[in-house]
Design a binder for this molecule. Structure first.
Ligand code: HEM
Length: 508
């Protein structure tokens, strides 16, 4: 009997061994097959050999995106093929390919890469994450909130926030004037978005303990921490989605996301009940019936490029309006997309001006001249539009410090470019930071030279050499808004103050 049992047990163990052996062999075979497929994936596109499973993830993990992009382009040329985990990526600084992807053949490349674990409710409806027809409809509707006319109306709210900030600076005692401007610019940026999106004044510039500011900085910590979670989300999207859905990992702090959701929900409800009406983004998104006529007007008076008018044409037969859920999502997105980008740009402008006093003098002269022409002590939309040197200062700062160091599009069909096949599902990445520091396009790229953006400087370059806001129909929706926001504050501050470096200012 005992013998029988031990025989049986022995057979079971050896059967189990076979089973484990077979599963391991199948797994190795799959990994090997998958690896071979990766190696053979990019025909006639140079690039580093991928590792099994990781692809070329180790490069990015060790060096970060900026350095890794720079080195890949330097080593393999303007079109490089490699793998981020299991995702095939074409990294390119070839201007014709960039133009085709972003503009000419945009229909092949409408969508961005969506990281599933970062696009769970309500972020699944963010414009940045929407795809195909759903994106086209939402973008057309939301565009009306950013028409020149609407921005001009909103500029009054922005000017109020600028004045409030300068009043705050006026009250800083002399001995405290050596200060980090970051907290003022962050507060200003949030105040502008709250006022122009939701019609509320947050006064966060004067109150660093403001609840909204604290929740926003918690959400942004995720992006700035450069942690392993970011890598996991990017390179192993399916794993990370599983972890998030099972509450094993939290990417964005749930309490902060809920805070904004509840806050915006209440505002939408009160607008729908017509308790309040105001010139702001939410009102524009709620007023569906006006949308078609605004769009038609925008087309008639458009200074838009031909690509933009193509975009408006596609959407002539707009059928859909935004649901409550979509309005909520876009409002949250405006807050996230407009907060850090704008405040960081203001910080870098102040830094560049402090480090380059002669440029600051020139900018001051421009502001003074316009102040004299319009003969009033206050700047508005029309006067800041005239400030051309200020545009150059902003552009040169965005060249040196672009908020997004890279962005991408996904091929939704197979596509061919000069004999190179870009298969459906491949991500095409545009390394903005590498392009902006390409010495062939921008000689002495580490130097601050606003004259690169005067008429003569711009003439010698392709448009896609400068991409702080992306390009084509899917470029930044808030670009004109952000520029007005920056110009109004800067003109007001510089008409009274100078930015100066001090002991703690880092020298790059
Ligand atoms: C200096 C400030 C800003 C910078 C540097 C910036 C940069 C960008 C970039 C690089 C993109 C991706 C473009 C592409 O894929 O081609 C983008 C998209 C976007 N931005 Fe901005 N942005 C700024 C301010 C704002 C503001 C103030 C708002 C709104 C209030 C905003 C709303 C958006 C939206 C909604 C998208 C997604 C567009 C779509 O997918 O259709 N941005 N931004």
């Amino acid at each position: 009997m005992q013998n029988n049992w031990s025989n049986y047990l022995g057979e079971l163990i050896s059967e189990k061994r076979y089973l484990v052996g077979a599963v391991t062999a199948i797994l190795f075979f799959k990994i090997f097959k998958n690896w071979l497929e990766k190696i053979l994936f990019f025909k006639n596109v140079p690039g580093p050999i991928p590792l099994p499973v990781l692809g070329n993830l180790h490069n990015v993990m060790m060096k970060g995106f900026v350095e890794s992009d720079y080195q890949l382009i330097k080593k393999y040329g303007r079109i490089v093929g490699y793998f981020e985990g299991s995702t095939p990526v074409i990294l390119t600084t070839d201007f014709q390919l960039i133009k085709n992807v972003l503009i000419k053949d945009f229909n092949y490349f409408i969508n961005r890469r969506v990281i599933e674990s970062l696009a769970l409710k309500p972020a699944d409806k963010f414009l940045t994450n929407l795809k195909d027809e759903e994106w086209k409809n939402a973008r057309t509707i939301v565009t009306t909130a950013f028409s020149s006319g609407k921005i001009k109306l909103m500029s009054k709210h922005i000017a109020d926030c600028s004045e409030a900030l300068v009043n705050l600076l006026d009250n800083i005692p002399d001995e405290e004037r050596k200060t980090d401007m970051n907290r003022f610019f962050s507060g200003y940026s949030l105040d502008v978005i709250s006022s122009c999106c939701f019609g509320i004044s947050t006064n966060s510039a004067s109150d660093p303990e403001n609840e909204m500011l604290i929740h926003l900085s918690r959400i942004f910590q995720f992006f700035t921490s450069g942690n392993l979670k970011v890598m996991l989300a990017f390179f192993f999207p399916k794993f990370s989605k599983f972890f998030v859905e099972n509450n094993l990992i939290e990417f964005f702090p749930g309490t902060s996301m809920n805070f904004f959701k509840n806050f915006i929900d209440k505002i939408i409800e009160s607008r729908k009940n017509k308790q309040e009406k105001r010139n702001d983004f939410i009102q524009a998104m709620l007023e569906h019936e006006e949308i078609k006529s605004i769009l038609e007007n925008e087309m008639k008076n458009s200074e838009n490029t031909s690509e933009d008018s193509k975009f408006f044409k596609w959407n002539k037969n707009l059928k859909k309006t935004l649901t409550n859920e979509e309005i909520l999502a876009q409002s949250m997105l405006f807050m996230f997309a407009g907060y850090e980008t704008t405040s960081q740009t203001l910080c870098f402008i102040a830094y560049n001006l402090a480090m380059n006093p002669s440029c600051q003098d020139k900018l001051f002269d421009e502001i003074e001249t316009i102040l004299k022409i319009i003969i009033r002590e206050k700047f508005d939309y029309d006067s800041v539009i005239e400030m051309k040197f200020m545009d150059q200062v902003i552009n040169e700062t965005l060249r040196m410090y672009p908020g997004a160091v890279r962005f991408d599009r996904v091929a939704r069909q197979d596509y061919e470019f000069n004999g190179i096949k870009i298969k459906k599902g491949t991500v095409v990445t545009v390394p903005v930071r590498s392009i902006h520091y390409d010495a062939e396009i921008y000689p002495d790229p580490y130097e601050f030279k606003p004259e690169r953006f005067d008429g003569k400087g711009k003439k010698n370059r392709e448009n896609v050499c400068f991409l702080p806001f992306g390009a084509g129909p899917r470029s930044c929706l808030g670009m004109r808004f952000a520029i007005i926001e920056i110009k109004l504050l800067l003109s007001l501050i510089l008409s009274k103050y100078r930015f100066e470096k001090f002991e703690k200012t880092p020298v790059s």
